[in-house]
Design a binder for this molecule. Structure first.
Ligand SMILES: *Cc1c(COP(=O)(O)O)cnc(C)c1O
Length: 427
């Protein structure tokens, strides 16, 4: 595989962009070699600057569920562009988009749009604190909720570990109210609640974790989490930034039969433009300014161009058969297992709808600790074998792959064929 142009661009990028990137996972640190520079993408195919073409299973880490440059989405964005980009006033697109999201999440009354998933979640922290009049928050080891100070906490292995900053520059004061529980382990939550009764404002969770690789929680765990938060007057904040509109038209909450107090969204709802949102019942959302005292604002929030892109994406998604999408995910899971077995490589494959990824371990992966048992150097080899075979996956063991919902049966078979070839190359 020739990567001369990518290499040359990386050398240039390194002089003017930090680490040559604007988001760290793009840097290929964990797989080695030169980061790919992308020229363009259309449908499920993505082309790098050297002209290598891959089937894209990264989907820009989630938003590009319809594949790239979808004609209907393009048309909507072009139409919006002609009217100008932003006015500092509400537009009909924002109203329509909020209505569409309410249709997908019937449990919510009101939506506030922001510009990223990070912004959605850190706004939700402020809201949960205002709603409950409490300060402490709980997150789960291995879950990612964006890079705001109080959620950037190292995954302490001890149950009820007090937060230690997971990044330089985060003061202890910013994380002193963040507590860490273990994913899929309701006892770890109970321990925290016993230790801090009446002090927890919100519990934050990815309903299916996708930021330690895909980890699907037990149904029972999610149900108990909902019951416990209700009982203790804690806001359950479900971060659907990754899962929203991916396994069904709506969120993963429906799959588990639970309802959040505050829902965070991002990725798919922008269709590739920067959009995030938080939403909930009126009684909670009306605490946000201008109706309430929780200040939160944004010059470009609800950008007409971004709304047009997101709305066209959601409208298109409504026509898709999510059942069939889940079957595609299951087929890729089965193919990964079969190809690995054929090559004598041990993997555990987790999948939820269109999210899937193999862990290079013989253990079940149910939380952050078990995810860490993966052989990341074998993953690195696998990553390059996949690239050689024309499959572009995230350059990290701990990222979910995102299958585009638009895959045809032939394309799916092509992916499966290439997966087999990649495993043969690393055996
Ligand atoms: C990606 C992600 C975020 C952060 O969203 P950004 O748009 O990158 O700020 C937050 N939560 C979850 C679950 C995510 O997957």
């Amino acid at each position: 595989m020739k990567l001369d142009q990518s290499k040359a661009l990386m050398e240039r990028a390194n002089k003017s962009l930090v680490g040559g990137v604007n988001s760290p996972v793009r840097a290929f640190n964990s797989v080695g070699g030169d980061a790919l520079f992308i020229e363009k993408a259309k449908g499920i195919y993505i082309t790098d600057v050297d002209g290598n073409e891959y089937i894209d299973l990264v989907g820009s880490y989630g938003p590009m569920i319809l594949g790239h440059a979808h004609p209907k989405v393009n048309e909507a964005v072009k139409k919006a562009l002609d009217k100008s980009y932003t006015y500092g006033a509400t537009t009909e697109g924002e109203v329509e988009m909020a209505e569409m999201i309410k249709e997908a999440f019937p449990q919510i009354d009101k939506v506030r749009f922001v510009n990223s998933g990070t912004e959605a979640v850190f706004s939700a922290i402020r809201l949960a604190r205002a709603y409950t009049g409490r300060d402490k928050i709980v997150k789960f080891a291995g879950c990612y909720h964006g890079h705001s100070d109080s959620l950037l906490v190292a995954a302490g292995s001890g149950v009820a570990t007090l937060g230690i900053p997971g990044s330089k520059g985060v003061p202890e004061a910013a994380v002193k109210d963040t507590l860490i529980a273990q994913y899929n382990d309701i006892e770890s939550v109970k321990t925290i609640l016993e230790k801090y009764p009446n002090e927890i404002a919100g519990i934050f969770i990815e309903p299916v974790a996708g930021n330690m690789g895909v980890v699907v929680p037990e149904q029972e765990f999610m149900k108990e989490l909902r019951a416990l938060t209700k009982e203790h007057g804690i806001a359950l904040v479900i971060d659907e930034v990754m899962t929203g509109f991916r396994q069904k038209f709506g969120g993963a909450q429906d799959y588990f039969g639970i309802e959040a107090d505050i829902i965070c969204m991002g990725k798919v709802i922008g269709g590739g433009m920067p959009v995030g949102a938080y939403a909930g019942k009126a009684e909670i959302m009306d605490l946000v300014s201008p109706l309430g005292g929780v200040y939160q604002a944004g010059t470009l929030s609800g950008s007409p161009i971004a709304m047009a892109c997101g709305l066209a994406t959601l409208k298109e998604l409504k026509n898709y058969d999510y059942q069939k999408a889940d079957e595609m995910g299951k087929k890729v899971k089965a193919a990964l297992e079969a190809a690995a077995a054929e090559a004598g490589v041990e993997v555990t494959v987790n999948q939820f709808g269109l999210m899937v990824n193999p862990f290079f371990t013989n253990q079940k992966v149910t939380d952050f600790d078990s995810a860490q048992t993966s052989d990341t150097s074998l993953f690195a080899k696998f990553f390059w074998a996949m690239a050689e075979n024309g499959l572009y996956i995230p350059p990290s063991q701990f990222e979910a792959w995102f299958l585009p919902i638009v895959l045809t049966d032939e394309e799916l078979n092509e992916i499966i064929k290439r997966i087999h070839a990649a495993f043969q190359a690393i055996k």
